[in-house]
Design a protein around this ligand. Structure first.
Ligand code: GDP
Ligand code: MG
Length: 224
């Protein structure tokens, strides 16, 4: 009996979150803001990659960034110091995810007028963030070479809900037993439509392709 209750509670939360996420997405689309949600395990290279990405794009596109963390302000500060774009740290009270209501509340803290690209660095976790639609137009996940090519088999939901999957730290490929073809096959089995892009924030490999892809996706949202 108690297990039936748990299922009902989950369904309610999920339905409410989907409605709230739809509201966030509509609001940002109307504002001409392309919103991306960046997810990965801790240490896969989110802050490093998005800092490099912002520095490539910031002369062309108006950008704002949000970082979710349990209590530190390290990552938002790192991004603000390295890029100069408006950056907001969200403390989420120790939860392992951010949901659409929390995203909506955080957005009230920004002057979104003129912001074309909004980037969320989600909590480093491959389970909880996959379960909550934040209202982003695209979910982007990072999967780093040192984590191993079998990661999709262990965390299937994250690979299923991601639109763009970046295989990061490709500069370390020689040091790890990582089979790129096998990794891509493992991803394709779960998510045939995902865009898969190998990148290295350290060497810059793949960054032109990532920039081009994001600019194309951004223009699509702006022309809705
Ligand atoms: N070799 C290599 N190291 C990287 C790369 N990107 C990030 N790192 C390193 O990985 C560690 C974690 O990066 P960070 O951006 O903080 O990951 P996050 O926890 O996902 O935000 C840091 O020591 C980075 O310098 C990369 O492309 N190549
Ligand atoms: Mg980080």
């Amino acid at each position: 009996m108690s297990s039936v209750r748990v299922i009902e509670i989950n369904e309610n939360i999920s339905a409410h979150n989907d409605t709230a996420a739809g509201k966030v997405r509509r609001m940002l689309t109307e504002n001409g803001t392309f919103f991306i949600n960046i997810m990965s395990a801790p240490g896969s290279g989110k802050t490093t990659l998005l800092t490099a990405l912002i520095n490539r794009l910031k002369e062309k596109v108006r950008i704002a960034e949000m970082d979710v963390d349990i209590e530190s302000t390290l990552d938002a500060q790192r991004v603000a110091d390295a890029t100069g774009v408006p950056s907001l740290q969200i403390h989420n009270g120790g939860l392992c995810h951010i949901d659409a209501d929390m995203t909506y509340r955080a957005l009230q803290e920004f002057d979104l007028k003129g912001i074309e690209l909004l980037i969320l660095e989600n909590i480093g976790n491959l389970v909880c963030p996959a379960e909550f639609d934040t209202g982003a137009h695209k979910n982007i996940m990072l999967f780093s070479v040192p984590e191993g090519d079998d990661k999709p088999l262990k965390y299937p939901l994250m690979f299923t809900v991601s639109d763009i999957i970046l295989i990061t730290k490709t500069d370390t490929m020689a040091y790890f037993n990582f089979d790129l073809e096998k990794a891509e096959k493992n991803i394709r089995n779960l998510n045939p439509d995902a865009v898969i892009l190998p990148v290295s924030a350290k060497t810059g490999a793949g960054m032109d392709a990532l920039e081009e892809l994001l600019m194309k996706e951004m223009r699509q949202v702006q022309h809705v």
